[in-house]
Design a protein around this ligand. Structure first.
Ligand SMILES: O=C(CO)COP(=O)(O)O
Length: 262
């Protein structure tokens, strides 16, 4: 079975200008000694306007931290006012881009078909999509969460080859746990992450399923990361609020790496 390196990705959402971004990345790099990066991959996902500054800092100081974006256009270029393309992100050295975040689905009307195009656009340009999916509270209360999530998975990965699927990161983010302080229990997270992996195995075989990293996201912090990441099918976390505090984020990454705390 493939060895999956844990990934902790900080989704900054619409927070921090480029000067604040530089400050936060410097603090994270200072707080998290290099040895941790051998055990856990750490990435930050700032707003578009911060990326160039972070690239300069990461390249200049040879930081081991990766970075990426929070969205991309399904198109490569053209008359799409306000959009940012995969080639632009690739040129800036982005490793990751989140696709299909529930806030994009809710506030920008993104549906599974568009998410699927964005996953393909990211892969086409060598930027790893962190493909987000998850159920709303009413769906969970009705007991439909596993089916909802596996359906989103199938729709979002439609038309991809097994090799392409192996290059995607999945993030299970139950909508009711995002920014609410209500973290899914580790058993809840494991249930859905395992079901997603089983669906990947059904569609693309065991090797692909055992290669793909499945993250959990929703109110993750240093106090709950160890239990979440201790689950068999949870390979890391997509962290919102807690990724804006350098000490907390460094602590969280250190715990994901198995400690000790820096
Ligand atoms: O949406 C999230 C990460 O993408 C989760 O946000 P919080 O960690 O703030 O709940």
């Amino acid at each position: 079975m493939a060895q999956r390196q844990p990934l902790i990705a900080g989704n900054w959402k619409m927070n921090l200008n480029h000067l604040e971004a530089i400050g936060l990345v410097q603090k994270i790099a200072f707080s998290l000694p290099e040895k941790y990066f051998a055990k856990v991959e750490v990435a930050v996902l700032p707003p578009f306007v911060d990326i160039r500054s972070i690239q300069t800092l990461v390249d200049g100081d040879k930081l081991l931290l990766k970075y990426g974006a929070q969205d991309l256009s399904p198109h490569d270029s053209g008359a799409y006012t306000g959009d940012v393309s995969g080639p632009m992100l690739a040129k800036l050295g982005c490793t990751y881009v989140t696709v299909g975040h529930s806030e994009r689905r809710e506030y920008h009307g993104e549906d599974d078909a568009l998410v699927n195009k964005k996953v393909k656009a990211a892969l086409k340009h060598g930027v790893t999509p962190i493909f987000c999916l998850g159920e709303r509270l009413d769906v969970r209360d009705a007991g439909g969460h596993v089916e909802h999530c596996t359906t989103q998975l199938v729709e979002g990965l439609k038309g991809l080859t097994a090799e392409q699927v192996a290059g995607v990161v999945i993030a299970y983010e139950p909508v009711w746990a995002i920014g609410t302080g209500k973290v899914a229990s580790s058993a809840d997270a494991q249930e859905v992450c395992a079901a997603l992996r089983a669906k990947l195995a059904e569609l693309h075989g065991d090797e692909v399923a055992s290669t793909v990293r499945v993250l959990y996201g929703g109110s993750v912090k240093s106090g709950n990361i160890a239990e979440l990441i201790g689950q068999k099918d949870v390979d890391g976390a997509l962290v919102g609020g807690a990724s804006l505090d350098a000490d907390e984020f460094a602590k969280l990454c250190a715990l994901a790496a198995g400690g000790p705390l820096p």
